[in-house]
Design a protein around this ligand. Sequence first.
Ligand SMILES: Nc1ncnc2c1ncn2[C@@H]1O[C@H](COP(=O)(O)OP(=O)(O)OP(=O)(O)O)[C@@H](O)[C@H]1O
Length: 306
Amino acid sequence: MSAVILDHITKTYENGKVTAVDDVSLEVSPGELFGLIGPDGAGKTSVFRILTTLLLPEKGTASVLGFDCVKNYREIRNRVGYMPGRFSLYQDLTVAENLHFFATLFGTTIEENYTLIKDIYEQIKPFSNRRAGKLSGGMKQKLALCCALIHKPEVLFLDEPTTGVDVVSRKEFWAMLQQLKQQGITIMVSTPYMDEAVLCERIALIQAGRIMSVDTPEKIIDTFPAQLFAVKAADIYRLLTDLRNDPATESCYTFGEYLHITFRGHPDTNPQQLQEWLEQRGHRNVAVKQIRATIEDSFIRLMNEA
Ligand SMILES: Nc1ncnc2c1ncn2[C@@H]1O[C@H](COP(=O)(O)OP(=O)(O)OP(=O)(O)O)[C@@H](O)[C@H]1O
């Protein structure tokens, strides 16, 4: 049995004017680390709120651990942990008080489930008397994770847990998720950061409420159907304009200091040819390399196709 099932779920706001989730179906296996990857406004929070029984869908059905998200909401609430995207802690309570509060809410104690949060909590324990509102972003995130885990949930929903957190804390956070996975907890996590997608076992790419692809990150990258080149030159803006205006160009977008480009109907373009062609057009300091697509390239391609 799948741990999480979304079956043709649709959710709209403002009397149907805004479609936040559009006929979404997917399943998450028990013990899986599953990522919902998409930009702001893609519908990630709405999906999480439906699964955590805080929002009713208009169409479709959803279940967690076999319990229906509408009819069996009580069973679900006791069995899942939810870390919402926005700050979920009580700012005026200390670290220890927040944790104690969430434990009490679920009729448990910190001591009872301490082994589960120990590795994470030890990192913030020196600040246990500090008010949550005075913690750094990374520390708030660790405390929020402890609070979401204190009742030993079987499924953990983490909505953009690393948004606004520094790079080091983001890395540490993903290491913590891998450890929690080892303990058998099913984890569904959302993120707008494409580089985090590869840290999940499977991902769903979501845009404008629609799922564009569900698979392992590797398989999604492997299905990128075209040769992809990274190109740069002294005048990157002119390079972008020239390439976008060329009828042979299928797609061209900036990617760090490079442009990523694919061509129509040129299955065997080689980097040398491309470099010469650009130099003939007056570009200087041209560098061209053929590259393997990233999840971000796959996302952009699927989005353009949609
Ligand atoms: N209460 C609401 N009323 C009206 N529109 C809403 C409401 N909540 C969300 N939306 C809209 O629904 C769409 C999906 O929002 P949602 O918050 O689910 O996406 P998200 O991927 O989590 O993005 P974000 O990270 O920005 O929250 C967006 O267009 C958003 O503006």
